[in-house]
Design a protein. Structure first.
Length: 256
């Protein structure tokens, strides 16, 4: 016996949709987590038509901004699929906005700092990441075959696929290829005293590109960002020393 759309429970529909969405496995895991932790407990016994805009606001209200944005994205995706399949005619999530996400500037080390700092037996690994801008998962997945002709060919990550299609890219090989430790814990431990993370090394790379005058669109490709605004946010990050440099430059103009 087939359940009519009118009596299709939200949970049954959601699980079916999430399992068949054309998304990457890592994204699917994120969707499943948001659904089971925050959506299912609230909407479990409701039908698709019974869910209201107020229900959605109640779900996302107590969540952190990032988690609220993810949960809302799952809800909007589910109702989009319901409309596309002509199961429902409208979405209670339409027009609902999550809380604004504020991203504070990430601290990073410049190449001038990284080139003189010592990280014990992991110094070469940290400098390799800072000079190539690879995500840790991408660097771990590299093999000797991926490093040839003066380039590094990135086509996968430790999770299988790269974070997005933009992650499939080539970057110039600077220096020597160094195989990255299989566990990120070792690198985190030596970076922590300096107040930075493994991901901060991508910002070190981006800032180095900026220093050398590399255009932001080229930097976007080298970093594997699908959204140029992400790259631009790093490019527009200004160090205090740069402000002093501008002061000296301007003073030289008015007082030659």
């Amino acid at each position: 016996m087939t359940t009519s759309p009118k009596h299709l429970y939200f949970n049954d529909f959601a699980r079916s949709v999430i399992s068949t969405l054309p998304i990457r496995q890592k994204t699917r895991s994120t969707y499943i987590s948001a659904f089971t932790r925050h959506i299912e407990p609230a909407l479990g016994s409701k039908t698709l038509q019974e869910v209201s805009r107020a229900d959605i606001h109640r779900i996302i209200a107590p969540l952190s901004p990032q988690l609220a944005a993810t949960t809302l994205a799952v809800l909007k995706t589910l109702y989009r699929e319901g409309i596309a399949g002509e199961i429902i005619s409208s979405s209670p999530a339409h027009g609902v906005s999550g809380p604004r996400i504020f991203v504070s500037p990430r601290k990073f080390l410049t190449w001038e700092e990284l080139s003189v700092l010592e990280f014990g037996k992991y110094t070469a690994h940290i400098r390799f990441l800072a000079l190539h801008g690879l995500r840790w998962g991408e660097a771990v997945a590299l093999t000797a075959d991926d490093v040839r002709d003066g380039r590094i060919y990135v086509s996968r990550s430790i999770h299988g696929q790269t974070k997005s299609m933009a992650g499939v890219r080539m970057v110039p090989l600077i220096g020597k290829y160094t195989q990255i430790p299989k566990s990120p814990k070792t690198l985190r431990k030596v970076l922590e005293p300096h107040g930075v993370t493994i991901h901060s090394l991508r910002h070190s790379f981006a800032y180095l590109l900026k220093q050398q005058g590399v255009h932001v669109t080229t930097a976007q490709r080298l970093l594997g960002h699908s959204d140029p605004r992400v790259t631009l946010a790093i490019y527009t990050q200004v160090l205090d020393s740069e402000i002093d440099d501008v002061g000296r430059l301007m003073n030289s103009v008015i007082s030659p």
